[in-house]
Design a protein around this ligand. Structure first.
Ligand code: UDP
Length: 325
């Protein structure tokens, strides 16, 4: 494979830093742009002396930095975003601005210099749709704009529209991927946007695992090494340009079962408690009851399938939390 230089926005974050590892392993050069608001230096500290790695602390909201960096690379993995339902509910303004204006900057620079962009979107885009499994072409179903939760999905939906508009109108080579609940090493132990991080942190501290609501809501958790493989496949395959792809594992699990798995893997004596949604997220919260990807498009066009089973991925993740948190 020819050596290329990639810009990874958000490369100090959870998925971003795992992607950086894989790109360097594949013998590419990597420039990371991250404002370190959620990302951490520890996530890339092991690359600091690698001549193929460069870190720039800055924001995608800073157009001059984005312009300079995009000009100097072959392609852009745009992962920088404000993520996590809890964080976005508490900080809606920051979430909306970074996720809309920041992406607008990246696309504008990529258009100016004719660079391929891989845009990291989210399965949250399907909202509270009940038509599972979710196909890329299915409807997004959001609640009223008075419900802060949907701000994240709406900003990402606008970003996707912008990506497709640039593709159709200007011929920008851009591919959109939608992550389905990625988890694994380097998840933020504060649990922003990840029930798995929360449960493992609680379990290792000997605290009860807090299942919200009846625990019968489902998610399809994807081990980060799978998410990263799907991400790189989407950059590599030109056939995916102008399209969105679900990057997920079709193994669906209820949150109650997830809590049980983590309890059994860490300490079977741990308590599991149920907490009302209102207590967890405040009033005016809406939930996605089932989230399950249809993975056929990614399999057919990108030749991508997730391979790591949940239990195995949880074992890796728990062991990383034990060593690093
Ligand atoms: N959840 C939970 N206990 C927690 C945190 C989250 O039961 O301590 C639930 C949450 O209500 C949702 C699911 O776990 O149904 C996944 O939540 P997460 O924040 O990981 O992301 P989401 O998929 O909702 O974006």
């Amino acid at each position: 494979m020819t050596k290329k230089t990639f810009l990874v926005t958000g490369g100090a974050g959870f998925i971003g830093s795992n992607l950086v590892d894989a790109l360097l392993l594949a013998n590419h050069r990597v420039v990371v742009l991250d404002d370190l608001s959620v990302g951490k230096r520890a996530n890339f500290a092991h690359h600091i002396s690698n001549p193929d790695f460069e870190f720039i602390q800055g924001s995608v909201l800073d157009m001059s930095v984005v312009d300079r960096l995009v000009a100097a690379v072959d392609g852009v993995y745009h992962l920088a975003a404000v993520v996590g339902v809890t964080y976005v509910v508490q900080n809606p303004l920051h979430g909306i601005l970074v996720n809309s204006k920041g992406t607008e900057n990246v696309f504008a620079a990529a258009h100016k210099y004719r660079r391929k962009v891989l845009f990291a979107s989210t399965s949250e885009i399907f909202g509270k749709s009940t038509q599972v499994p979710f196909k890329e072409t299915d409807n997004s179903v959001f609640g009223p704009t008075s419900v802060p939760r949907w701000a994240y999905a709406l900003a990402k939906a606008l970003d996707e529209q912008l990506a497709f508009a640039y593709y159709r109108q200007e011929g920008l080579p851009v591919t959109v991927i939608r992550y389905f609940n990625a988890y694994g090493p380097r998840l933020d132990p504060r649990g922003y946007g990840s029930v798995i991080a929360r449960f493992i942190t609680q379990a290792l501290a000997g605290q009860p695992l807090t299942v919200y609501g009846d625990g019968q809501q489902t998610r399809s958790f994807t081990f980060v090494k799978d998410s990263v493989r799907g991400t790189m496949a989407a950059m590599d395959f030109c056939r995916g340009e102008g399209m969105a792809f679900n990057i997920g594992n079709p193994e669906e699990v209820t949150i109650a079962t997830l809590a049980h798995h983590i309890q059994q893997l860490v300490n079977p004596d741990l308590e599991i408690v149920h907490i009302p949604y209102e207590q967890a997220y405040g009033k005016n919260f809406e939930e996605t009851r089932r989230r399950l990807p249809d993975v056929s498009r990614a399999a057919e066009i990108l030749d991508f399938r997730a391979t790591v089973p949940l239990i195995e991925g949880l074992q890796w993740t728990i062991s990383w939390f034990k060593d690093n948190c």
